[in-house]
Ligand binder design. Structure first.
Ligand code: ADP
Length: 556
């Protein structure tokens, strides 16, 4: 019946824990792990960062174009309106704007005027570049009409009314990027002329792009996208070697690219992580999250284990308490009925023999003593539990205290048929102890020795000095206590689950009181026992503990 109750309680606890905590927690962990695994296998983090990079590149392209359009606007505002003054004005225009390497003006009436930066003409590469570009301008004659139409359309759409064209120019064994721009130059009373210029390829490589890319890195990319560990560069389409890059660019293969449109067609903007790759970042993220999840799972498992253990302990205590109530009621009832029975018999006056009468009086006294001892134990226990137990330490001859206590019990011991051996050292120094508490501890131990002995009825009490302390030993040849139970018997309410113990009356409080009393004296109580062979309980009281220290030790 009891076993079933216990099992049911435990099952209920396990079920509650499982349903309320373990299941949802496990589900959460599993769902997260699956999600993480999916993120891992889908390369979702990389995809997300790639999308961020693409967005950052789109923003960069927009900024670069805006800047270039602004430069075109400036040149266009200064562009000469009068064809007659063209050569000189184009030269001075080139002088004024360092990013212009060649400027040109074409109108069907006056034909083409093409000027290059004169100071650079000493450079053979530049001279070739100027010659090639001027040569290419021949087609302007054929393409004048469609180009004008296109530019008018762009104007109407509200887009930048300029047409850009990309090209490559040689510098030694490298090709540089060049962009040329065409726009309409209105001529009063005549058809519009086509004006334009070529961005200086060296200027673009050495100044424009490095400045743009650096300012974009610090301003837009880092603030808006959180991509502070990124590097950005531009390269020619079909040529992976970078043309210009931000100062932090650490080489390597770009992760995301964007072919530019607008002012610099066919140029590629490229971006990558510095010192790492998106793949490595993605893997790091997943690994970190798996680690966090693992840590959380461990914490959770630990928490569940502790909760389970605590609840289990509370349940065990509740069980012990209910056993205690029935044990104590039983212990109270037996002596009370004996006292009533013998008192009634005496009252009736039927007993003629004086001897019998004395025996009855003795029984009544003995049973009252048992009752007093039990009630004292309970009272002491409740004081300890409420933290109100106080000890009165007085200088005591401990040998005398032990001897007197045993003396009052001797008759009972011998009457139970026990062989009683008493070994009390003389010359023990006086000690600061609570006499009543020490006597009660001894009686509890003696009482247990009597209760838990069967055929071999032996009781030994030894008091001696050893290593700066006084030891009070109570030895029996009784049923003994198994090793697994030995540390539990000092807990409140605890009684060994042996049937031999269950048939013996008890409250489970005695030893917990003995321990409390020993500790209050700065000492300890220990047990040495073999099942079937007997037990030895030892109270160790330190000799040098003053009453003050002992009292401090008693506060737990
Ligand atoms: P109880 O009122 O049950 O005797 P105690 O706190 O004095 O309570 O003892 C706790 C338990 O320790 C006992 O129920 C018994 O199982 C065990 N025990 C105590 N003393 C002895 C002993 N001398 N021999 C065997 N078992 C003992």
């Amino acid at each position: 019946m009891k076993k079933r109750w216990r099992w049911n309680e435990r099952t209920r606890l396990l079920l509650t824990l499982e349903l309320a905590v373990v299941l949802p927690a496990a589900a959460l962990i599993v769902v997260n792990a699956v999600q993480l695994e999916k993120v891992h296998s889908d390369h979702a983090i990389e995809a997300l960062m790639q999308r961020d990079f693409s967005e950052a590149l789109a923003i960069s392209e927009k900024h670069i174009n805006e800047k270039a359009y602004g430069m075109v606007k400036q040149v266009r505002a200064d562009f000469p309106q009068t064809p007659e003054a063209c050569s000189d004005t184009l030269d001075s225009l080139i002088q004024k704007y360092p990013y212009v390497s060649h400027a040109f003006l074409y109108s069907p009436q006056t034909g083409l005027i093409f000027r290059s930066r004169q100071s650079r003409m000493g450079d053979p590469d530049f001279r070739t570049e100027a010659g090639d570009l001027q040569h290419m301008m021949i087609w302007l004659k054929m393409d004048y009409e469609p180009l004008v139409k296109k530019l008018r359309m762009l104007d109407k759409k509200g887009a930048s009314p300029a047409y850009f064209e990309s090209g490559r120019v040689r510098r030694g064994d490298r090709l540089l990027y060049q962009s040329s721009v065409y726009f309409l130059v209105s001529q009063p009373g005549q058809q519009p002329a086509l004006g334009g210029f070529a961005f200086d390829a060296d200027y673009l490589r050495d100044q424009f792009f490095p400045e743009m890319l650096n300012s974009l890195m610090t301003r837009n990319l880092t603030e808006d996208k959180g991509t502070s560990r990124t590097g950005v560069m531009v390269h020619l389409k079909g040529d992976p070697e970078f043309l210009a890059a931000c100062t932090d660019w650490d080489g390597g293969k770009p992760e995301v690219e964007r072919v530019m449109e607008g002012a610099f067609p066919d140029l590629v903007l490229a971006m990558k992580m510095r010192g790492t790759t998106l793949k490595a970042m993605g893997q790091h993220f997943v690994r970190m999250n798996f680690l966090i999840l693992g840590g959380l799972s461990l914490l959770l498992a630990g928490g569940i284990f502790i909760t389970y253990r605590n609840v289990n302990r509370e349940m065990a205590l509740a069980r012990l308490k209910s056993d205690f109530v029935s044990n104590v009621s039983h212990e109270l009832r037996t002596p009370l009925s004996l006292i009533r029975l013998y008192a009634e018999t005496l009252e009736l006056g039927r007993l003629t023999s004086q001897e019998k009468r004395e025996e009855y009086y003795r029984i009544i006294r003995k049973e009252s003593e048992r009752l007093t001892a039990l009630i004292n134990n309970i009272l002491d226990f409740s004081r300890i539990e409420a933290g109100r137990k106080e000890y009165e330490f007085r200088e005591t001859d401990i040998a005398e205290l032990v001897r007197n206590t045993l003396e009052s019990y001797r008759y009972q011991i011998e009457q139970h048929g026990f062989k009683f051996e008493e070994n009390i050292s003389e010359n023990l120094p006086p000690m600061q102890v609570d006499r009543e508490a020490i006597a009660r501890s001894l009686l509890n131990l003696v009482n247990n020795a009597l209760k838990y002995s069967q055929q071999d009825k032996y009781l030994g009490v030894n008091l001696y000095r050893e290593n700066g302390s006084v030891k009070l030993e109570v030895v029996d040849h009784g049923i003994g206590i198994s090793r697994t139970e030995q540390h539990k018997i000092f807990e409140k309410f605890y009684r060994v689950g042996d049937p031999l113990v269950h048939n013996t009356k008890g409250s489970g409080l005695g030893l917990s009181l003995v321990r409390h009393i020993a500790q209050a004296h700065g000492g300890e109580v220990a047990v040495d026992s073999t099942p079937g062979r007997g037990s030895k309980f030892v109270i160790v009281l330190p000799l040098n503990t003053s009453a003050g220290e002992a009292r401090a030790a008693s506060v737990q």
